[in-house]
Every structure is written in C-alpha cells, then in structure tokens.
Ligand binder design. Structure first.
Ligand code: HEM
Length: 201
C-alpha cells in the first residue's frame, strides 16, 4: 500500500472548521461577553454541516454517504475486528466512524438551529434546555469519535489525524481520488460566511 489522496479539500477544511467551531462554542456557552463569538462559532458549525449534506451526494468518492454509511452487520463486523485488535482497513471512513459522523452532522444541525431560535427569542426555557441537552449529547459523540480516531490510528499504525490535514491515507493506487476539489472548498467558505452573516445579524 502507498499514501494515496482520500480526503478532498471540503472534507478537510470543513472538518477542522467544525471541530474548532464546536470547541469555541462550547467554551463560550455561558459567557455574556462572548455571546457573539458563541453565535458565530455555532453558525460556522451549521454552515459546515449544511454544506456537508449535499457534498455527501456530489462530493468525491470517500466524501459520499454511500461510501461510509453502512449496514448494522458491517458495523458489527468492524467492531468485532476492533475487539480482536485487528480491525479491517478502509481507505475512507470505517463503518463505525460512518455512523458517528452521521450523528455528529445531525447534532451539529439540531444544536445550532435550536441556538439560532434562542438567539431570536423563540422557544423560551424549554428550548434552552433542549439546546443544552443537544450540545451535551454532541460532546459525548465527539468523545466517542476521538476514541475511534485514536484507537484506529494505533491499531492501523497510521496517523489518521495527520491524514485529516494532508488528505493522504494508506491505500492502493487505484483507490485514490483524482482531485482534491479546491474550488468547492472556496464555495464552502462563501457558504459559511453567508450562514454566519445571516444568523448573527
Ligand atoms: C481535535 C479533535 C479532533 C480530531 C483529532 C479529529 C479527527 C478526525 C479524523 C482523523 C477523522 C477521519 C476519521 C476516519 O479516518 O474515518 C475525522 C472525521 C470527522 N470528524 Fe473529527 N476530529 C476532532 C474533532 C471533531 C469534532 C469536535 C467534530 C464535531 C464537532 C468532528 C467531526 C467530524 C466529522 C463530521 C468527521 C467526518 C468528516 C467528513 O467526512 O466530512 N471532529 N475527525
């Protein structure tokens, strides 16, 4: 196996913007002073997640939902291999990671939309509680996600975190994607800026 390109630019840029946006939103959640920072970072999370949905259909091979949203049997087989410390290698996301990603995208959209409604004084105390519960549930999935990333990195002897920066993973040459789609990443940035502007103003 060689290092091949698997993650396109929108996946990589979107990932780190979502991770950063989530962390900043979490850290500023209780602050009056940083309310706008909280709102803008939540809007960045929403912008990434809403871009990621269509990108899951028209993006490059490993960005597509059809590549990584797999059956419960596939997830069971993957986790069985993981427990035996010999998980199957996937050039893209593994079947367990795939469902964590679906959950993260779902929570990203629900948490940020409920925050947006609160910011517009819709929903009252009940919505505030829902927003907090969604954010906590998302944090739990983030920890599961990180446990998967670090165990996968150790067991495959492959630095998956570095791969999310470089786009390169171990694989067969014929499994590589042919373009990193940089123009789509520019579109992602425009989309995020528009989302943040719409939400914060
Ligand atoms: C420093 C913390 C983080 C690290 C090191 C990290 C690392 C990674 C890695 C290595 C992958 C690829 C997994 C694979 O090989 O299948 C990934 C995917 C993903 N991560 Fe993270 N992650 C972090 C934080 C987060 C956070 C906070 C979120 C959400 C709020 C998040 C959401 C996602 C999503 C949605 C994907 C799928 C990317 C896509 O296909 O577009 N990650 N992460």
């Amino acid at each position: 196996m060689k290092k091949i390109l698997v993650w396109d630019w929108p996946v990589r840029l979107g990932h780190w913007l979502m991770a950063g946006g989530f962390c900043v939103a979490w850290l500023t959640a209780d602050s009056e002073t940083f309310r706008l920072v909280h709102v803008v970072s939540g809007a960045i999370v929403l912008g990434v997640a809403t871009f990621r949905l269509p990108w899951g259909f028209i993006g490059s091979r490993y960005a597509r939902f059809v590549d990584f949203v797999r059956s419960p049997t596939a997830v069971k087989d993957y986790l069985g291999g993981l427990l035996k410390l010999e998980p199957a290698h996937h050039a893209g996301h593994n079947p367990a990671a795939g469902w964590a990603i679906v959950a993260l995208l779902g929570f990203a959209i629900l948490t940020s939309l409920s925050g947006w409604a609160m910011y517009n004084e819709i929903g009252g105390d009940l919505l505030e509680e829902l927003h907090e519960a969604l954010a906590t549930a998302m944090l739990i999935v983030v920890f599961i996600h990180l446990a998967g990333v670090f165990s996968g990195s150790l067991l495959h002897g492959e630095n998956l975190v570095r791969a999310m920066f470089t786009g390169l993973k171990n694989g067969l040459p014929e499994e590589a994607i042919s373009s990193a789609r940089p123009l789509a990443a520019v579109l992602l940035l425009v989309w995020i800026a528009a989302t943040a502007w719409l939400i914060a103003t």
